[in-house]
Design a binder for this molecule. Structure first.
Ligand code: ADP
Length: 228
Protein backbone atom coordinates (compact mmCIF):
# COMPACT_ATOMS: atom_id res chain seq x y z
CA UNK A 1 0.00 0.00 0.00
CA UNK A 2 1.19 3.47 -0.92
CA UNK A 3 -0.13 6.74 0.42
CA UNK A 4 1.27 10.15 -0.44
CA UNK A 5 -0.30 13.17 1.27
CA UNK A 6 0.60 16.68 0.04
CA UNK A 7 4.07 15.47 -0.92
CA UNK A 8 6.66 17.79 -2.40
CA UNK A 9 10.30 17.17 -3.25
CA UNK A 10 12.64 20.03 -3.98
CA UNK A 11 16.23 19.59 -5.06
CA UNK A 12 18.62 22.18 -3.64
CA UNK A 13 15.51 24.20 -2.74
CA UNK A 14 15.24 25.24 -6.38
CA UNK A 15 13.75 22.60 -8.69
CA UNK A 16 10.38 21.38 -7.47
CA UNK A 17 10.43 17.84 -8.87
CA UNK A 18 7.30 16.67 -7.00
CA UNK A 19 4.66 19.30 -6.34
CA UNK A 20 2.05 18.73 -3.64
CA UNK A 21 1.15 15.23 -4.78
CA UNK A 22 -1.71 13.17 -3.34
CA UNK A 23 -1.89 9.51 -4.28
CA UNK A 24 -3.18 6.21 -2.96
CA UNK A 25 -2.33 2.77 -4.36
CA UNK A 26 -3.94 -0.25 -2.73
CA UNK A 27 -2.46 -3.71 -2.25
CA UNK A 28 -2.94 -5.81 -5.43
CA UNK A 29 -3.19 -2.94 -7.92
CA UNK A 30 -1.25 -2.70 -11.20
CA UNK A 31 -0.42 0.93 -11.93
CA UNK A 32 1.41 2.57 -14.81
CA UNK A 33 3.11 5.89 -14.03
CA UNK A 34 3.67 7.81 -17.25
CA UNK A 35 5.02 11.21 -18.18
CA UNK A 36 7.62 12.82 -20.40
CA UNK A 37 11.27 13.19 -19.47
CA UNK A 38 11.73 15.55 -16.52
CA UNK A 39 8.09 15.17 -15.39
CA UNK A 40 9.13 13.85 -11.97
CA UNK A 41 8.64 10.07 -12.35
CA UNK A 42 12.08 9.06 -11.03
CA UNK A 43 11.73 11.51 -8.17
CA UNK A 44 8.49 9.82 -7.12
CA UNK A 45 10.21 6.42 -7.26
CA UNK A 46 13.09 7.77 -5.16
CA UNK A 47 10.56 8.88 -2.54
CA UNK A 48 8.89 5.44 -2.58
CA UNK A 49 12.24 3.67 -2.12
CA UNK A 50 13.28 6.16 0.55
CA UNK A 51 16.34 7.15 -1.47
CA UNK A 52 15.08 10.71 -0.95
CA UNK A 53 13.01 12.14 1.90
CA UNK A 54 10.07 14.40 1.02
CA UNK A 55 10.69 18.11 1.56
CA UNK A 56 7.11 18.25 2.87
CA UNK A 57 4.12 15.92 3.17
CA UNK A 58 3.70 12.29 4.26
CA UNK A 59 4.98 9.20 2.40
CA UNK A 60 3.73 5.80 3.56
CA UNK A 61 4.78 2.55 1.86
CA UNK A 62 3.94 -1.00 2.97
CA UNK A 63 3.05 0.13 6.48
CA UNK A 64 6.22 2.22 6.97
CA UNK A 65 6.02 5.98 7.46
CA UNK A 66 9.07 7.01 5.43
CA UNK A 67 9.25 10.45 7.06
CA UNK A 68 9.80 8.89 10.45
CA UNK A 69 11.51 5.57 9.69
CA UNK A 70 14.67 4.93 11.71
CA UNK A 71 17.88 4.36 9.74
CA UNK A 72 18.29 0.83 11.11
CA UNK A 73 14.79 -0.07 9.86
CA UNK A 74 15.46 1.00 6.25
CA UNK A 75 16.97 -2.36 5.12
CA UNK A 76 13.93 -4.19 6.52
CA UNK A 77 11.63 -1.72 4.71
CA UNK A 78 13.52 -2.15 1.41
CA UNK A 79 13.09 -5.93 1.63
CA UNK A 80 9.33 -5.35 1.46
CA UNK A 81 9.86 -4.13 -2.12
CA UNK A 82 11.17 -5.82 -5.22
CA UNK A 83 12.81 -3.26 -7.50
CA UNK A 84 13.56 -3.56 -11.21
CA UNK A 85 15.59 -0.92 -13.04
CA UNK A 86 16.00 0.01 -16.70
CA UNK A 87 19.68 -0.99 -16.64
CA UNK A 88 19.04 -4.38 -14.95
CA UNK A 89 21.78 -3.89 -12.28
CA UNK A 90 22.83 -7.53 -12.24
CA UNK A 91 26.13 -8.48 -10.61
CA UNK A 92 28.45 -9.13 -13.59
CA UNK A 93 30.68 -11.80 -11.99
CA UNK A 94 27.81 -13.93 -10.66
CA UNK A 95 25.86 -16.35 -12.80
CA UNK A 96 22.08 -16.20 -13.12
CA UNK A 97 21.47 -18.60 -10.22
CA UNK A 98 23.77 -16.67 -7.90
CA UNK A 99 22.39 -13.27 -8.95
CA UNK A 100 18.95 -14.44 -7.86
CA UNK A 101 20.24 -16.33 -4.81
CA UNK A 102 22.07 -13.17 -3.68
CA UNK A 103 18.74 -11.55 -2.69
CA UNK A 104 18.04 -14.52 -0.42
CA UNK A 105 21.57 -14.82 0.98
CA UNK A 106 21.49 -11.23 2.29
CA UNK A 107 18.41 -12.18 4.33
CA UNK A 108 20.27 -15.20 5.80
CA UNK A 109 17.97 -17.69 4.08
CA UNK A 110 19.05 -21.31 4.59
CA UNK A 111 21.04 -23.02 1.81
CA UNK A 112 18.31 -25.66 1.64
CA UNK A 113 15.63 -23.02 1.00
CA UNK A 114 17.84 -21.32 -1.62
CA UNK A 115 18.32 -24.65 -3.42
CA UNK A 116 14.57 -25.05 -3.88
CA UNK A 117 13.38 -21.42 -4.12
CA UNK A 118 15.82 -20.17 -6.79
CA UNK A 119 15.10 -22.95 -9.35
CA UNK A 120 11.37 -22.43 -8.77
CA UNK A 121 11.58 -18.70 -9.56
CA UNK A 122 13.90 -19.31 -12.53
CA UNK A 123 11.36 -21.73 -13.94
CA UNK A 124 8.54 -19.21 -13.50
CA UNK A 125 10.60 -16.68 -15.48
CA UNK A 126 11.51 -19.22 -18.19
CA UNK A 127 15.19 -19.12 -17.25
CA UNK A 128 15.88 -22.70 -16.14
CA UNK A 129 18.33 -23.37 -18.99
CA UNK A 130 20.19 -20.07 -18.33
CA UNK A 131 20.97 -20.72 -14.65
CA UNK A 132 24.73 -21.08 -15.23
CA UNK A 133 25.08 -18.19 -17.68
CA UNK A 134 26.65 -14.87 -16.75
CA UNK A 135 24.81 -11.58 -17.40
CA UNK A 136 26.99 -10.65 -20.43
CA UNK A 137 25.96 -13.93 -22.09
CA UNK A 138 22.28 -12.96 -22.05
CA UNK A 139 20.08 -10.74 -24.23
CA UNK A 140 18.54 -7.58 -22.77
CA UNK A 141 15.18 -9.31 -22.40
CA UNK A 142 16.79 -12.26 -20.59
CA UNK A 143 18.76 -9.96 -18.29
CA UNK A 144 15.56 -8.16 -17.39
CA UNK A 145 13.87 -11.50 -16.64
CA UNK A 146 16.76 -12.30 -14.26
CA UNK A 147 16.27 -8.90 -12.63
CA UNK A 148 12.58 -9.73 -12.25
CA UNK A 149 13.41 -13.14 -10.78
CA UNK A 150 15.73 -11.43 -8.29
CA UNK A 151 13.01 -8.91 -7.37
CA UNK A 152 10.49 -11.72 -6.84
CA UNK A 153 12.53 -14.32 -5.02
CA UNK A 154 11.85 -12.81 -1.57
CA UNK A 155 8.11 -12.81 -2.34
CA UNK A 156 7.66 -9.06 -1.65
CA UNK A 157 4.13 -7.60 -1.49
CA UNK A 158 5.13 -4.93 -4.02
CA UNK A 159 7.26 -4.64 -7.16
CA UNK A 160 8.45 -1.25 -8.38
CA UNK A 161 9.72 -1.28 -11.95
CA UNK A 162 11.41 1.90 -13.21
CA UNK A 163 11.37 1.88 -17.04
CA UNK A 164 11.91 -1.91 -17.10
CA UNK A 165 11.49 -2.07 -20.89
CA UNK A 166 13.83 0.84 -21.67
CA UNK A 167 16.77 -1.38 -22.68
CA UNK A 168 14.79 -4.27 -24.11
CA UNK A 169 13.78 -4.92 -27.76
CA UNK A 170 10.22 -3.71 -28.44
CA UNK A 171 8.75 -7.20 -28.94
CA UNK A 172 10.35 -8.40 -25.69
CA UNK A 173 8.99 -5.36 -23.85
CA UNK A 174 5.50 -6.85 -24.09
CA UNK A 175 6.83 -10.10 -22.63
CA UNK A 176 8.31 -8.24 -19.64
CA UNK A 177 5.04 -6.40 -18.98
CA UNK A 178 3.08 -9.66 -19.42
CA UNK A 179 5.30 -11.24 -16.75
CA UNK A 180 4.63 -8.28 -14.45
CA UNK A 181 0.90 -8.74 -15.12
CA UNK A 182 1.13 -12.43 -14.18
CA UNK A 183 2.96 -11.51 -10.98
CA UNK A 184 0.18 -9.01 -10.26
CA UNK A 185 -2.47 -11.69 -10.89
CA UNK A 186 -0.95 -13.59 -7.95
CA UNK A 187 -1.67 -10.61 -5.64
CA UNK A 188 1.58 -8.61 -5.80
CA UNK A 189 1.15 -4.85 -6.23
CA UNK A 190 3.02 -3.65 -9.33
CA UNK A 191 4.03 -0.05 -10.03
CA UNK A 192 5.61 0.41 -13.43
CA UNK A 193 7.10 3.67 -14.65
CA UNK A 194 7.28 4.05 -18.41
CA UNK A 195 7.31 6.68 -21.13
CA UNK A 196 6.22 4.09 -23.75
CA UNK A 197 2.66 5.04 -24.59
CA UNK A 198 2.18 2.03 -26.91
CA UNK A 199 2.67 -0.34 -23.97
CA UNK A 200 0.21 1.55 -21.78
CA UNK A 201 -2.36 1.67 -24.59
CA UNK A 202 -1.95 -2.06 -25.19
CA UNK A 203 -2.25 -3.25 -21.59
CA UNK A 204 -4.49 -0.49 -20.19
CA UNK A 205 -5.47 -0.38 -16.52
CA UNK A 206 -4.87 2.31 -13.91
CA UNK A 207 -2.63 4.95 -15.38
CA UNK A 208 -1.24 7.97 -13.56
CA UNK A 209 0.16 10.66 -15.78
CA UNK A 210 2.68 13.06 -14.24
CA UNK A 211 3.50 16.50 -15.57
CA UNK A 212 5.70 19.08 -13.87
CA UNK A 213 5.60 17.11 -10.62
CA UNK A 214 1.79 17.01 -10.49
CA UNK A 215 -0.80 14.38 -11.35
CA UNK A 216 -2.31 15.34 -14.69
CA UNK A 217 -4.52 12.23 -15.01
CA UNK A 218 -5.33 9.27 -12.76
CA UNK A 219 -7.83 6.85 -14.25
CA UNK A 220 -8.43 3.56 -16.04
CA UNK A 221 -7.59 3.01 -19.70
CA UNK A 222 -9.27 0.27 -21.75
CA UNK A 223 -6.30 -1.51 -23.33
CA UNK A 224 -6.18 -3.91 -26.29
CA UNK A 225 -4.71 -6.97 -24.56
CA UNK A 226 -7.16 -9.74 -25.37
CA UNK A 227 -5.69 -12.14 -22.81
CA UNK A 228 -7.15 -9.98 -20.02
P1 ADP B 1 11.60 11.94 -14.93
O1 ADP B 1 11.99 10.72 -14.18
O2 ADP B 1 10.12 12.04 -15.18
O3 ADP B 1 12.40 12.14 -16.20
P2 ADP B 1 12.91 13.37 -12.75
O4 ADP B 1 12.18 12.99 -11.51
O5 ADP B 1 14.22 12.72 -13.02
O6 ADP B 1 11.93 13.23 -14.00
O7 ADP B 1 13.15 14.96 -12.72
C1 ADP B 1 12.17 15.91 -12.32
C2 ADP B 1 12.83 17.29 -12.26
O8 ADP B 1 13.80 17.30 -11.23
C3 ADP B 1 13.56 17.69 -13.53
O9 ADP B 1 13.40 19.07 -13.70
C4 ADP B 1 15.00 17.35 -13.23
O10 ADP B 1 15.88 18.17 -13.94
C5 ADP B 1 15.09 17.63 -11.74
N1 ADP B 1 16.08 16.79 -11.03
C6 ADP B 1 16.13 15.44 -11.01
N2 ADP B 1 17.13 14.99 -10.23
C7 ADP B 1 17.74 16.11 -9.72
C8 ADP B 1 18.85 16.34 -8.84
N3 ADP B 1 19.53 15.32 -8.29
N4 ADP B 1 19.20 17.63 -8.57
C9 ADP B 1 18.51 18.66 -9.09
N5 ADP B 1 17.45 18.52 -9.92
C10 ADP B 1 17.06 17.27 -10.24
Amino acid sequence: MIELVDVSLKYDNETTAVDNLNLKIEQGEFVFIVGSSGAGKSSIIKLLLRERVATSGIVKVNGYNLNKIKKRKIPEFRRSLGVVFQDFRLIPNLNVFDNVAFSLRVTNASPKYIRTRVPYILELMGLTDKAKRFPHELSGGEQQRVALARALVNDPPMIIADEPTGNVDPELSYEIVSLLKEINDCGTTVIMVTHEHDIVRYFGGRTISIQKGKIEYDGYLGGNDESE
